[in-house]
Structure formats: structure tokens, C-alpha cells
Design a protein around this ligand. Structure first.
Ligand SMILES: Nc1nc2c(ncn2[C@@H]2O[C@H](COP(=O)(O)OP(=O)(O)OP(=O)(O)O)[C@@H](O)[C@H]2O)c(=O)[nH]1
Ligand SMILES: [Mg+2]
Length: 448
């Protein structure tokens, strides 16, 4: 392993700023030797048993820089699979920088963002989905996102991919046995059994693809857009859902001219709420731009809260557009006398000023984004990169299926299955190219 990465890297692994403690991490073949040059304690880092922590001082030119706790994690039982030394120092900006610089002066090189995790992946400590889960875990803002990241870090997605690969390999092997030994009279199993197995693989890929939306929602939150005529109470609703007066509310129509986005954690689900400029005919350039922004928000919405004023006549476009987008119809100002237009309308009645119906609204929002189904045993949810790989795998399976249907030669079917195998392998990094890795690990923070 040490041959793979000849240099030893060092980074401050805790965020910049003041804190009680900070962590400086070293990884690589020289990690223990470098620590030995700057650490003074009862034992030298070389003598310290793996995975134990020891008190001592970091010094430079006989001057003490800090009192620290130091631990040694010997290869291969460490995060990166190499020798790793962690130094917990006092969390001042200057003292942390000095300890890190001492590591560099003693022979380490400054680590790039994500380099520790990249090494962990390249040394086989993590598959690519687990490496990605590390970022998800760090960025998780809700319990659900955290749970999903933890499942992925534990390798649940990796296991499903490994199973898929095994299924595909078995299928390809069967075909290739026939191709390689045509005289042996091994019948190519491209009959019903083959079709059934291929269909089974397609189903597994589709099941994983179906978790993509959920994955985006875990990672980024549900995009909920508040939409409706001017003065309906959209900004009032945003403020109620947030629990603080974020947007200006006024009886003047056209108060909100730009879109306003805020994130709220609704029982473990992150909602990215967008308040929009109210709809009305206007020749004012600013208002027109506001409405153009409203349109753009609608295009990307997971759910639209379409609001109207219960005391006013029914606007023309106030009707659920079935199938076109997920929309909840809401009648605000239910504290006022209801306009006759709404008699037959079963929209949910709420009042932002009297605070009526808001708990029911939260329930409905959660139901509409499918939050109940996330309480199940598995929170595995794929990200965009996984989706791209799996879509290609599915297309290749479809080509294989079509080839079987047309009784094409086994060689051609095998080529398609190999494509599928390649695409599935990319999810866990088994077929990973350098560019995938570079772009992926570049999104990490330094020291991770
Ligand atoms: N009676 C009553 N008034 C409300 C209710 N909700 C909001 N209002 C009032 O309606 C007016 C408009 O509220 P806003 O929240 O600014 O409405 P908006 O839809 O954001 O309006 P624009 O930004 O101009 O499109 C304000 O005077 C609010 O106090 C409600 O439930 N009942
Ligand atoms: Mg408003």
C-alpha cells in the first residue's frame, strides 16, 4: 500500500475557526516517523500501540507549540488503510496552523480536499458509494438524510450493486461458455430462463432508479413552491411554516417581487420553501421579471402549494392540473366569510392569521412527498451519478432483451450485457475512470 502513495499527507481535519480542540491528521508511510520528529511524550509515536491515545507536546526548535493528545492507527486498520496519526490540539486558529506547519516541515505534504477519503477508496477501504456517503453524512441536515447516508456508508447500496453485478456476471458467463466452446454442445441458455433472469436484473435496476427522487430529497430537500394570486397570503404562509417573519407581509398587492427561498426541517424532512411574486397582469418590468422567476421555480418544484383567498372570487387557473405537477390547493383566510365561488371546492382551508389548519397542511405536505414510505427498513437512495450509471445499465439490458427477442447471435447479447456490467460497476467505482474520481473527490473538504 505504501508503494501506491509514497508521500505522507497532512491536513487540519476540523473546520477553520476557534474551538475547544482541533484535529491535525497525517496519513502515509512516513506518518509515524514525522510525528516522532515533532512529538514529545512518555512514549514515542513509534512505541505507541495502535488505536491508543497519548498525552504529549508538539515542539519546534525546542519551543513547545501545544499540549496535545496523539493517536496512531497502524496500516491497514486505519481510515485510509495506511499509517495514520491524529493529533488533537487546542482549537485556536494560530496554534492549529502551527501544529500543521510543523508536520509539513517534518516531511509531510499538504493534503488536497478529499485526499484521505480518496486514498481510503483506492486502498479498498471503501467503495465509491461509501466514499460519497461520507460527504452526504457531513452535509446531512435532517435525520432522514443522516439515516440514508449512514446506510450507504454501511455499504447497503454497495451490497445491492454487488448482487446486481453477480447476477450479470452469471448471465454473461453462461453465454460466453457457449461462445468459447461452440462444439461442446452447451446450449446457450437464451430461452425462458434467461429471459426471466434478465427481467429480474432489470427490475432490480429499476427499483434502485426509483429511489433517485428520494435521494435528491434526502440530500437537497423537497422543493416546495408557494404560488397564487397576489395578496392571497403566500408570504404569510412562508412565515408560518418557517416560524419567523422572513418575508414582508402587507395588504398592498405585489408586495413580494422576487422569489424568496428558505429551508425548514419538517419532522425530519428538509423543505426548501420558495415564496413567489403574486400573479397579476402587470406592465411593470420588475413585476414581469418576478413572475418569470415564479414560472422557473414552478418548473423545478416537487410540490406546489397553490394558494387562493377564500374571501375573494375564484381565480381561473385554480384547479389541480392532474398529472402535470404535484399541487396542493389551499384556501387561505378561512377566518373571513367565504366567497360563494368556493362552495363546492374541497381545497384545504387554512388561515395564516388565525393559525387554523396549519398542522393539517404539514401532514398533507409530508403525505404528498411520500414521507411515510421512508420509515421503512431501508433508506437506501441513489444520487445523480448513480442514476446516470444505472440508466445506462438499464438501456444495455433493454438492448440485450431486444437482441434475445430477435434471436440475434449470443455474441451480440453478451456485448450488451458487458456494457450493463460496466455501467453497474461504475456505481461502486469498480470500473471507475480517473475523471470520475477527480471530480468526485474535489467536492470534499480538506482533511477528509
Ligand atoms: N384575514 C386574513 N388575512 C390574511 C391571512 N393571511 C394573510 N392575510 C393578510 O393578507 C394580506 C396579504 O398577505 P401576504 O402574505 O403579503 O400575501 P402575498 O400573497 O404574499 O401577497 P403578494 O406578495 O403581494 O403577492 C396581508 O395584509 C395579510 O395580513 C389570513 O389567513 N386571514
Ligand atoms: Mg408576498
Amino acid at each position: 500500500m505504501s508503494e501506491r502513495f509514497p508521500d505522507t499527507i497532512a491536513a487540519v481535519s476540523t473546520p477553520p475557526g476557534e474551538g475547544a480542540i482541533a484535529l491535525v491528521r497525517l496519513a502515509g508511510p512516513e506518518a509515524i516517523a514525522i510525528a516522532g520528529r515533532i512529538f514529545r511524550g512518555k512514549k514515542t509515536p513509534n512505541e505507541i500501540p495502535s488505536h491508543t491515545q497519548h498525552f504529549g507536546e508538539i515542539f519546534e526548535d525546542e519551543r513547545v507549540l501545544d499540549q496535545v493528545m496523539l493517536s496512531v492507527h497502524r496500516a491497514p486498520a486505519s481510515y485510509t488503510g495506511e499509517d495514520v496519526v491524529e493529533i488533537s490540539c487546542h482549537g485556536g486558529v494560530l496554534v492549529t496552523a502551527r501544529v500543521w506547519e510543523a508536520c509539513l516541515r517534518a516531511g509531510a505534504r499538504a493534503a488536497r480536499g478529499g485526499e484521505f477519503t480518496e486514498r481510503a477508496f483506492l486502498n479498498g477501504k471503501l467503495d465509491l458509494t461509501q466514499a460519497e456517503a461520507v460527504i452526504d453524512l457531513i452535509r446531512a441536515q435532517t435525520d432522514l438524510a443522516l439515516r440514508s447516508a449512514n446506510e450507504q456508508l454501511a455499504g447497503r447500496l454497495g451490497e445491492r450493486i454487488t448482487q446486481l453485478r453477480a447476477d450479470l456476471i452469471a448471465l454473461v458467463a453462461n453465454l460466453e461458455a457457449y461462445i468459447d466452446f461452440p462444439d461442446e454442445d452447451i446450449a446457450p441458455d437464451v430461452g425462458d430462463a434467461f429471459r426471466a433472469r434478465l427481467a429480474g436484473i432489470r427490475e432490480k435496476i429499476e427499483a434502485l432508479l426509483a429511489t433517485a427522487d428520494q435521494g435528491r430529497i434526502f440530500r437537497e430537500g423537497v422543493r416546495v413552491v408557494i404560488y397564487g394570486p397576489t395578496n392571497a397570503g403566500k408570504s404569510s404562509l412562508l412565515n408560518r411554516l418557517l416560524g419567523f417573519p422572513r418575508a414582508i407581509v402587507s395588504p398592498t398587492p405585489g408586495t413580494t417581487r422576487d422569489t424568496i427561498e428558505e429551508v425548514v426541517n419538517l419532522r425530519g424532512v428538509a423543505l426548501r420553501l420558495t415564496d413567489t411574486a403574486g400573479l397579476r397582469a402587470s406592465t411593470d418590468a420588475v413585476e414581469q421579471e418576478g413572475m418569470a422567476r415564479t414560472e422557473r421555480s414552478l418548473e423545478n418544484a416537487d410540490l406546489v402549494l397553490h394558494l387562493a383567498d377564500a374571501s375573494e372570487a375564484r381565480p381561473e387557473n385554480f384547479a389541480a392540473k392532474d398529472g402535470e405537477r404535484a399541487e396542493l390547493l389551499l384556501l387561505n383566510k378561512s377566518d373571513l366569510a367565504e366567497h360563494a365561488d368556493w362552495k363546492e371546492c374541497d381545497a384545504l382551508r387554512i388561515s395564516c392569521t388565525a393559525e387554523n389548519g396549519l398542522a393539517g397542511l404539514e401532514e398533507k405536505i409530508l403525505a404528498r412527498v411520500g414521507a411515510q414510505s421512508w420509515d421503512g427498513p431501508s433508506a437506501v437512495a441513489i444520487n445523480l451519478r448513480h442514476r446516470d450509471c444505472l440508466r445506462r445499465a438499464l438501456e444495455a439490458c433493454d438492448r440485450a432483451q431486444a437482441a434475445v427477442g430477435q434471436n440475434l447471435p449470443s455474441e451480440l447479447i453478451a456485448v450488451d450485457l458487458r456494457d450493463a456490467l460496466q455501467a453497474v460497476g461504475e456505481v461502486v467505482g469498480q470500473a471507475g475512470t480517473e475523471d470520475i474520481l477527480d471530480s468526485l473527490f474535489a467536492t470534499f473538504c480538506i482533511g477528509k
